[in-house]
Design a protein around this ligand. Structure first.
Ligand code: ATR
Length: 273
Protein backbone atom coordinates (compact mmCIF):
# COMPACT_ATOMS: atom_id res chain seq x y z
CA UNK A 1 0.00 0.00 0.00
CA UNK A 2 1.40 3.38 -0.94
CA UNK A 3 1.41 6.22 1.57
CA UNK A 4 -1.81 8.13 2.08
CA UNK A 5 -1.19 11.56 0.53
CA UNK A 6 -2.74 14.47 2.43
CA UNK A 7 -3.23 17.72 0.53
CA UNK A 8 -5.63 20.66 0.65
CA UNK A 9 -6.25 24.34 0.14
CA UNK A 10 -5.89 26.99 2.83
CA UNK A 11 -7.89 30.21 2.79
CA UNK A 12 -10.43 32.27 4.71
CA UNK A 13 -13.26 31.85 3.94
CA UNK A 14 -12.75 28.56 2.12
CA UNK A 15 -16.13 26.79 1.98
CA UNK A 16 -16.83 27.85 -1.61
CA UNK A 17 -13.47 26.76 -3.03
CA UNK A 18 -13.74 24.53 -6.10
CA UNK A 19 -10.26 23.08 -5.54
CA UNK A 20 -11.36 20.06 -3.43
CA UNK A 21 -13.77 19.06 -6.20
CA UNK A 22 -11.00 19.25 -8.80
CA UNK A 23 -8.30 17.44 -6.82
CA UNK A 24 -10.56 14.71 -5.41
CA UNK A 25 -11.89 14.08 -8.93
CA UNK A 26 -8.30 13.45 -10.06
CA UNK A 27 -7.44 11.38 -6.95
CA UNK A 28 -10.39 9.10 -7.83
CA UNK A 29 -9.73 9.11 -11.55
CA UNK A 30 -6.09 8.06 -11.15
CA UNK A 31 -6.98 5.66 -8.29
CA UNK A 32 -4.59 7.32 -5.86
CA UNK A 33 -4.49 6.87 -2.12
CA UNK A 34 -5.09 10.30 -0.62
CA UNK A 35 -7.39 13.21 -0.02
CA UNK A 36 -7.60 16.96 -0.60
CA UNK A 37 -9.43 19.10 1.97
CA UNK A 38 -10.61 22.70 2.29
CA UNK A 39 -8.86 24.08 5.37
CA UNK A 40 -10.07 27.33 6.91
CA UNK A 41 -7.19 29.24 8.48
CA UNK A 42 -7.84 32.68 9.92
CA UNK A 43 -5.17 35.26 8.95
CA UNK A 44 -4.24 35.69 12.65
CA UNK A 45 -3.48 31.98 12.85
CA UNK A 46 -1.57 31.36 9.62
CA UNK A 47 1.70 30.22 11.19
CA UNK A 48 0.04 27.80 13.63
CA UNK A 49 -2.38 26.56 11.00
CA UNK A 50 0.41 25.75 8.57
CA UNK A 51 2.48 24.24 11.41
CA UNK A 52 -0.41 21.86 12.09
CA UNK A 53 -0.40 20.71 8.46
CA UNK A 54 3.33 19.95 8.70
CA UNK A 55 2.75 17.98 11.92
CA UNK A 56 -0.13 16.07 10.36
CA UNK A 57 2.11 14.90 7.52
CA UNK A 58 0.63 16.92 4.66
CA UNK A 59 2.50 16.68 1.34
CA UNK A 60 1.46 20.18 0.32
CA UNK A 61 -1.36 22.63 -0.14
CA UNK A 62 -2.79 25.35 -2.33
CA UNK A 63 -3.07 28.85 -0.99
CA UNK A 64 -5.93 31.19 -1.72
CA UNK A 65 -7.34 34.51 -0.54
CA UNK A 66 -6.20 36.10 1.77
CA UNK A 67 -2.94 34.14 2.31
CA UNK A 68 -1.16 34.25 -1.07
CA UNK A 69 1.29 36.96 0.00
CA UNK A 70 1.48 36.26 3.76
CA UNK A 71 2.47 32.62 3.13
CA UNK A 72 5.69 33.81 1.48
CA UNK A 73 7.19 34.76 4.84
CA UNK A 74 6.65 31.20 6.08
CA UNK A 75 8.22 29.45 3.08
CA UNK A 76 11.77 28.10 3.37
CA UNK A 77 12.22 28.49 -0.37
CA UNK A 78 10.27 30.38 -3.03
CA UNK A 79 11.00 29.81 -6.70
CA UNK A 80 11.79 32.67 -9.11
CA UNK A 81 8.38 32.44 -10.75
CA UNK A 82 6.46 33.03 -7.51
CA UNK A 83 8.91 35.70 -6.42
CA UNK A 84 8.42 37.64 -9.65
CA UNK A 85 4.64 37.28 -9.54
CA UNK A 86 4.79 38.31 -5.89
CA UNK A 87 2.51 35.57 -4.59
CA UNK A 88 2.56 31.86 -3.74
CA UNK A 89 -0.46 29.67 -4.51
CA UNK A 90 1.14 26.22 -4.26
CA UNK A 91 3.29 24.84 -1.43
CA UNK A 92 5.09 21.50 -1.22
CA UNK A 93 6.17 20.17 2.18
CA UNK A 94 9.34 18.09 2.33
CA UNK A 95 11.06 17.13 5.59
CA UNK A 96 9.10 19.82 7.40
CA UNK A 97 10.19 22.54 4.97
CA UNK A 98 7.89 24.63 2.79
CA UNK A 99 8.62 25.19 -0.91
CA UNK A 100 6.46 27.83 -2.60
CA UNK A 101 5.60 28.32 -6.24
CA UNK A 102 2.87 29.98 -8.30
CA UNK A 103 0.83 28.20 -10.97
CA UNK A 104 -1.61 30.99 -11.92
CA UNK A 105 0.47 32.18 -14.90
CA UNK A 106 0.71 28.57 -16.11
CA UNK A 107 -3.06 28.20 -15.72
CA UNK A 108 -3.73 31.31 -17.76
CA UNK A 109 -1.43 30.29 -20.62
CA UNK A 110 -2.59 26.67 -20.74
CA UNK A 111 -6.24 27.72 -20.83
CA UNK A 112 -5.61 29.87 -23.89
CA UNK A 113 -3.45 27.25 -25.59
CA UNK A 114 -6.03 24.52 -24.98
CA UNK A 115 -9.02 26.55 -26.16
CA UNK A 116 -7.65 28.90 -28.83
CA UNK A 117 -5.28 26.48 -30.53
CA UNK A 118 -4.35 28.82 -33.38
CA UNK A 119 -3.51 31.73 -31.07
CA UNK A 120 0.19 32.57 -30.69
CA UNK A 121 1.21 34.95 -27.89
CA UNK A 122 4.52 35.84 -29.55
CA UNK A 123 4.58 39.43 -30.75
CA UNK A 124 1.00 40.15 -29.72
CA UNK A 125 -0.14 43.37 -28.14
CA UNK A 126 -2.34 42.75 -25.12
CA UNK A 127 -4.86 44.74 -23.12
CA UNK A 128 -5.14 43.78 -19.45
CA UNK A 129 -8.17 45.15 -17.61
CA UNK A 130 -7.44 45.29 -13.88
CA UNK A 131 -4.30 45.31 -11.76
CA UNK A 132 -5.07 43.07 -8.79
CA UNK A 133 -3.56 39.72 -7.82
CA UNK A 134 -4.84 37.88 -10.89
CA UNK A 135 -3.53 40.61 -13.22
CA UNK A 136 -0.05 40.08 -11.79
CA UNK A 137 0.04 36.47 -12.95
CA UNK A 138 -1.53 37.32 -16.32
CA UNK A 139 0.97 40.10 -17.07
CA UNK A 140 3.85 37.88 -16.01
CA UNK A 141 2.54 35.12 -18.32
CA UNK A 142 2.18 37.52 -21.26
CA UNK A 143 5.78 38.66 -20.83
CA UNK A 144 7.04 35.07 -20.57
CA UNK A 145 5.14 34.09 -23.72
CA UNK A 146 6.73 36.91 -25.72
CA UNK A 147 3.97 39.51 -25.98
CA UNK A 148 5.20 42.69 -27.70
CA UNK A 149 3.39 45.37 -25.73
CA UNK A 150 1.04 45.14 -22.79
CA UNK A 151 -1.45 47.88 -22.04
CA UNK A 152 -2.75 47.85 -18.48
CA UNK A 153 -5.77 49.83 -17.41
CA UNK A 154 -7.16 49.89 -13.89
CA UNK A 155 -9.61 52.02 -11.93
CA UNK A 156 -6.83 52.69 -9.39
CA UNK A 157 -3.96 53.84 -11.59
CA UNK A 158 -1.31 53.45 -8.87
CA UNK A 159 -1.83 49.68 -8.87
CA UNK A 160 -1.28 49.56 -12.64
CA UNK A 161 1.89 51.61 -12.19
CA UNK A 162 3.18 49.14 -9.62
CA UNK A 163 2.42 46.22 -11.94
CA UNK A 164 4.22 47.96 -14.82
CA UNK A 165 7.46 47.63 -12.85
CA UNK A 166 7.58 43.99 -14.05
CA UNK A 167 8.81 45.36 -17.39
CA UNK A 168 8.54 49.14 -17.89
CA UNK A 169 9.79 48.90 -21.49
CA UNK A 170 6.95 46.68 -22.62
CA UNK A 171 4.12 47.83 -20.36
CA UNK A 172 2.09 50.96 -20.98
CA UNK A 173 -0.65 52.30 -18.73
CA UNK A 174 -3.78 54.06 -19.85
CA UNK A 175 -6.56 55.66 -17.83
CA UNK A 176 -9.49 53.40 -17.02
CA UNK A 177 -11.82 55.86 -18.78
CA UNK A 178 -9.88 55.43 -22.03
CA UNK A 179 -10.16 51.64 -22.24
CA UNK A 180 -12.47 51.73 -25.27
CA UNK A 181 -9.86 53.64 -27.29
CA UNK A 182 -7.32 50.83 -27.60
CA UNK A 183 -9.56 47.85 -28.31
CA UNK A 184 -8.56 47.67 -31.95
CA UNK A 185 -4.82 47.97 -31.25
CA UNK A 186 -4.42 44.62 -29.51
CA UNK A 187 -4.51 40.90 -30.29
CA UNK A 188 -5.75 39.74 -26.90
CA UNK A 189 -7.99 41.35 -24.28
CA UNK A 190 -8.10 39.92 -20.77
CA UNK A 191 -10.54 40.91 -18.04
CA UNK A 192 -8.85 40.31 -14.68
CA UNK A 193 -11.23 42.50 -12.70
CA UNK A 194 -14.11 41.12 -10.66
CA UNK A 195 -16.56 43.04 -12.85
CA UNK A 196 -19.06 40.77 -14.59
CA UNK A 197 -19.01 38.20 -11.81
CA UNK A 198 -22.39 37.12 -10.41
CA UNK A 199 -23.70 39.85 -8.06
CA UNK A 200 -21.01 42.34 -9.23
CA UNK A 201 -21.60 45.20 -11.66
CA UNK A 202 -20.90 44.40 -15.34
CA UNK A 203 -17.68 45.39 -17.04
CA UNK A 204 -18.63 48.42 -19.06
CA UNK A 205 -16.73 48.16 -22.33
CA UNK A 206 -17.58 48.45 -26.01
CA UNK A 207 -16.00 45.15 -26.98
CA UNK A 208 -17.53 45.21 -30.46
CA UNK A 209 -14.87 47.83 -31.29
CA UNK A 210 -12.24 45.14 -31.51
CA UNK A 211 -11.98 43.12 -34.70
CA UNK A 212 -9.15 40.64 -34.45
CA UNK A 213 -8.54 40.25 -30.74
CA UNK A 214 -9.08 37.12 -28.70
CA UNK A 215 -11.24 38.03 -25.69
CA UNK A 216 -10.92 36.17 -22.41
CA UNK A 217 -12.24 36.61 -18.89
CA UNK A 218 -10.86 35.21 -15.67
CA UNK A 219 -14.36 35.40 -14.21
CA UNK A 220 -16.09 32.01 -14.60
CA UNK A 221 -19.29 32.58 -12.61
CA UNK A 222 -21.19 33.04 -14.86
CA UNK A 223 -19.23 31.03 -17.41
CA UNK A 224 -20.34 33.39 -20.17
CA UNK A 225 -19.98 36.89 -18.78
CA UNK A 226 -21.60 39.80 -20.61
CA UNK A 227 -18.14 40.58 -22.00
CA UNK A 228 -17.85 37.14 -23.58
CA UNK A 229 -21.49 37.08 -24.72
CA UNK A 230 -21.23 40.41 -26.54
CA UNK A 231 -17.89 39.39 -28.05
CA UNK A 232 -19.34 36.09 -29.29
CA UNK A 233 -22.39 37.82 -30.74
CA UNK A 234 -20.01 40.02 -32.72
CA UNK A 235 -18.09 37.07 -34.12
CA UNK A 236 -15.07 37.70 -31.86
CA UNK A 237 -13.07 34.69 -30.61
CA UNK A 238 -13.50 34.05 -26.86
CA UNK A 239 -12.08 31.79 -24.15
CA UNK A 240 -13.94 31.38 -20.84
CA UNK A 241 -12.25 31.61 -17.44
CA UNK A 242 -12.96 28.14 -16.04
CA UNK A 243 -9.93 26.61 -17.75
CA UNK A 244 -7.54 28.90 -15.88
CA UNK A 245 -8.85 27.52 -12.58
CA UNK A 246 -8.58 23.93 -13.81
CA UNK A 247 -5.14 24.25 -15.40
CA UNK A 248 -3.58 26.12 -12.46
CA UNK A 249 -4.41 23.09 -10.31
CA UNK A 250 -2.37 20.66 -12.43
CA UNK A 251 1.24 21.47 -11.38
CA UNK A 252 0.42 21.16 -7.65
CA UNK A 253 -1.30 17.83 -8.23
CA UNK A 254 1.78 16.62 -10.13
CA UNK A 255 4.15 17.82 -7.38
CA UNK A 256 2.25 16.03 -4.61
CA UNK A 257 0.92 12.92 -6.35
CA UNK A 258 3.42 12.36 -9.15
CA UNK A 259 0.73 12.23 -11.83
CA UNK A 260 0.13 14.88 -14.50
CA UNK A 261 -3.67 15.18 -14.45
CA UNK A 262 -5.77 16.16 -17.45
CA UNK A 263 -8.44 18.77 -17.81
CA UNK A 264 -11.51 17.18 -19.38
CA UNK A 265 -14.99 18.32 -20.34
CA UNK A 266 -16.33 16.00 -17.59
CA UNK A 267 -14.23 17.84 -14.97
CA UNK A 268 -15.26 21.23 -16.33
CA UNK A 269 -18.95 20.25 -16.15
CA UNK A 270 -18.50 18.95 -12.60
CA UNK A 271 -16.91 22.17 -11.42
CA UNK A 272 -19.56 24.31 -13.12
CA UNK A 273 -22.51 22.23 -11.83
P1 ATR B 1 -7.80 39.58 -7.66
O1 ATR B 1 -6.73 39.14 -6.71
O2 ATR B 1 -8.82 38.51 -7.93
O3 ATR B 1 -7.29 40.19 -8.92
P2 ATR B 1 -8.25 42.12 -6.44
O4 ATR B 1 -6.81 42.17 -6.12
O5 ATR B 1 -9.23 42.54 -5.42
O6 ATR B 1 -8.66 40.65 -6.85
O7 ATR B 1 -8.52 42.92 -7.80
C1 ATR B 1 -9.77 43.17 -8.30
C2 ATR B 1 -9.65 43.98 -9.57
O8 ATR B 1 -10.97 44.35 -10.01
C3 ATR B 1 -8.88 45.29 -9.39
O9 ATR B 1 -8.21 45.60 -10.58
C4 ATR B 1 -10.01 46.28 -9.12
O10 ATR B 1 -9.72 47.63 -9.38
P3 ATR B 1 -9.05 48.55 -8.23
O11 ATR B 1 -7.61 48.19 -8.22
O12 ATR B 1 -9.31 49.93 -8.67
O13 ATR B 1 -9.75 48.18 -6.95
C5 ATR B 1 -11.05 45.78 -10.09
N1 ATR B 1 -12.39 46.24 -9.73
C6 ATR B 1 -13.19 45.75 -8.77
N2 ATR B 1 -14.36 46.44 -8.73
C7 ATR B 1 -14.28 47.40 -9.71
C8 ATR B 1 -15.16 48.43 -10.19
N3 ATR B 1 -16.37 48.62 -9.65
N4 ATR B 1 -14.73 49.20 -11.22
C9 ATR B 1 -13.51 49.04 -11.77
N5 ATR B 1 -12.64 48.08 -11.36
C10 ATR B 1 -13.02 47.28 -10.35
Amino acid sequence: MTDFIKTGVIGHPIAHSKSPLIHNYWINKYRLNGTYKAIDIHPDNLQNGVGALINEGYSGFNVTIPHKIAIMALCDEIDDLAREIGAVNTVTIKNGKLYGTNTDAYGFVQNIKANATDFDFTGQNALVLGAGGAANAVVYALLQEGAAQIIITNRTKEKAQKLAQLNPDKIKIIDWDLRNNVLDDVGIIINTTSLGMTKNPPLNIDISKTQNALVTDIVYAPLYTDLLKVARNNGIKTVTGIGMLLHQARPGFKLWNGVVPSVTKELEDLVLS
